[in-house]
Design a protein around this ligand. Structure first.
Ligand code: SIN
Length: 542
């Protein structure tokens, strides 16, 4: 077992180089904090650059007639299926216009509409055209480009290929830094009174996902081991339209943005029959959980259950419009041998977004002193049981900024730990399951359509196959995170005996507001097992 062999110091360590992490780092730097940013891969390799649709925001003087922040809030609450925290929703959405202005001041360029305003599109669950976008369908790439350029211009140091292994804490439990593997795999310590997790999601728990390889739930696992509660982890959003490239598709699969449906495309099966007719008043633009579940049901029960994908028919758009508006989707389709201008695009649902996460308030504070969270890893109460489309870049921008301000305020009032009291340990040992088996059982039993027996199978596979290993490589850190987060997800999914939002139980198909209109909190027991816990002060609504 090896102890740390190097040390660096900062006021704030930010883990993750996506929209939330870089926004927080830039804001903290502007407030005079010494910031270090850490990523286990290259700075560009996170999930943000894959975001297509855009940023949902109601800009003053630039919105549909009658649209308002209140309507955006209402749409978010409906999509969240009764589990959003309304105060958090309102606070984050109200801050959206200022966040987009700051991003544009940093250099991000959004697509213009004729007349000098910003172009706006619509996605599932939105009652108005309020999603601003960049590069047609490359919004995440533009946001990431602008934030990374500003980070480099501002000389905010980014440690690439450095893996966060475990929080370093004081005897009293406050976070005082991170145990890290450097790019050569040598353990060291980043000492800081504040650590902000902006590590993104957990799509790699499943065989097919829109998420990149880095989305292995690391931040959630690190937070659980640091004593923090997580909430709503059973709500994994499946994107309805990920490009179907054959039965054996594994890893990151290209997204076909919901904005294609916003521009009039419709879902059909192999006979040309509409999938969403009669399912929801908004039809193809119903909230994402509704569309993904309808496709899954259609594949299972129509045409004798022979289909493993459906089609997105966008052939009403002419070639020039499609290529200009959706260049990323167009290129992905052509690479897969599909011409989306002349033929329907084969699509199927795939794991896309963790609606739950590390319990935090809208300023990124968690239940553990010195530990902050922003972006997909956090559970602020914005998403509830199903995230509204394009609310995630928005949340990263807003909460990233607010979290940096919270760190500065907490440092200024002496609330954070004295890092000289940090107790630095050796690299930890944790249960690690084999990734392929984990992904296979999660995809089979814990995707859309879960039931008690299948969830128990996942639990048994994890119990039988997990072996205790020292977390001395990136791969082991990731596999241990997937193992722990998989267990937490299964514990919550088995307990929630109803169907709500992205959590679809075939043995409990009905939403049960009398019993289940509350979030489920999971934390680790003294032996390191994820168990259901009582609500925390941060998420007291239960
Ligand atoms: C999409 O463009 O369909 C995805 C955007 C999102 O996940 O909000």
């Amino acid at each position: 077992m090896s102890g740390p062999r190097w040390e660096a110091r900062a006021d704030l360590v930010v883990v993750g180089t996506g929209v939330a992490g870089l926004t927080a780092a830039l804001r903290a730097h502007s407030l005079g904090l010494r910031v270090l940013v850490l990523t286990k891969a290259a700075a560009e390799d996170g999930n943000t650059r894959w975001a297509q649709g855009g940023v949902a925001v109601v800009l003053p003087g630039e919105h549909d007639p009658g649209d308002s922040v209140d309507k955006h809030v209402a749409d978010t609450l409906v999509a969240g299926a009764g589990l959003c925290d309304e105060d958090a929703v309102r606070a984050i959405i109200a801050d959206g216009p200022a966040a987009v202005t700051r991003l544009r001041e940093l250099g991000a360029v959004f697509d213009p509409a004729p007349g000098g305003r910003l172009a706006r599109t619509r996605e599932g669950g939105h009652s108005a055209f309020r999603v601003v976008h960049a590069g047609g369908d490359a919004t995440g790439a533009e946001v990431e480009r602008a934030l990374l350029a500003a980070t480099r211009d501002g000389r905010v140091p980014v440690l690439e290929n450095h893996v966060a292994v475990q929080a370093v804490r004081t005897a009293g439990g406050a976070v005082a830094g991170l145990l890290v593997l450097d790019s050569a795999g040598v353990p060291g310590v980043l000492t800081a009174p504040a650590v902000l997790l902006a590590t993104g999601g957990l799509g790699q728990l499943y065989q097919a996902t829109s998420n990149p390889e880095v989305a292995t739930g690391d931040g959630l696992a690190l937070a659980l081991r640091a004593g923090a509660p997580v909430a709503d982890v059973e709500f994994v959003q499946f994107h309805p339209t990920v490009l179907y490239t054959g039965q054996g598709a594994r890893g990151r699969c290209p997204l076909v943005t919901e904005a294609v449906r916003g521009e009039g495309a419709v879902l059909v099966d192999a006979t040309g029959a509409r999938v969403m007719t009669g399912v929801h008043p908004l039809a193809d633009l119903a909230p994402r959980d509704v569309v993904a579940a309808a496709i899954t049901r259609h594949m299972a029960f129509e045409r004798g259950g022979i289909d493993d994908h459906v089609f997105l028919d966008a052939t009403h758009l002419d070639g020039a419009t499609f290529r200009t508006r959706f260049p990323t989707v167009h290129a992905a389709c052509l690479a897969a041998g599909v011409d989306p201008v002349t033929e329907p695009i084969p699509v199927a649902p795939a794991a896309h977004f963790a609606c739950g996460g590390l319990v935090s308030d809208v300023d990124g504070r968690t239940a553990v002193d010195g530990l902050y969270a922003a972006g997909e890893v956090a559970s602020t109460g914005l998403h509830g049981a199903n995230r509204l489309a394009s609310n995630s870049l928005l949340e990263g921008l807003v909460v990233g900024t607010r979290a940096a301000e919270a760190v500065a305020a907490d440092l200024a009032c002496g609330k954070l730990a004295d890092t000289r009291l940090a107790v630095v340990a050796d690299l930890p040992v944790a249960p690690v399951a084999e990734r392929d088996s984990l992904q296979r059982v999660m995809s089979r039993y814990a995707a859309i359509g879960r039931e008690a027996e299948g969830l128990a199978v996942v639990g048994s596979v994890l119990d039988v196959s997990a072996v205790d290993r020292p977390l001395e490589t990136r791969e082991l850190v990731e596999d241990a995170a997937l193992t722990l987060v998989g267990r937490a997800l299964i514990a919550a999914a088995a307990a929630r005996t109803e169907s709500r939002g992205c959590h679809v139980r075939t043995d409990f198909p009905v939403r049960d507001d009398a019993v289940w209109r509350r979030g489920l909190i999971v934390r680790l027991n003294p032996s390191g097992q994820p168990v259901l816990a009582r609500p925390t002060a941060l998420r007291g609504a239960a």
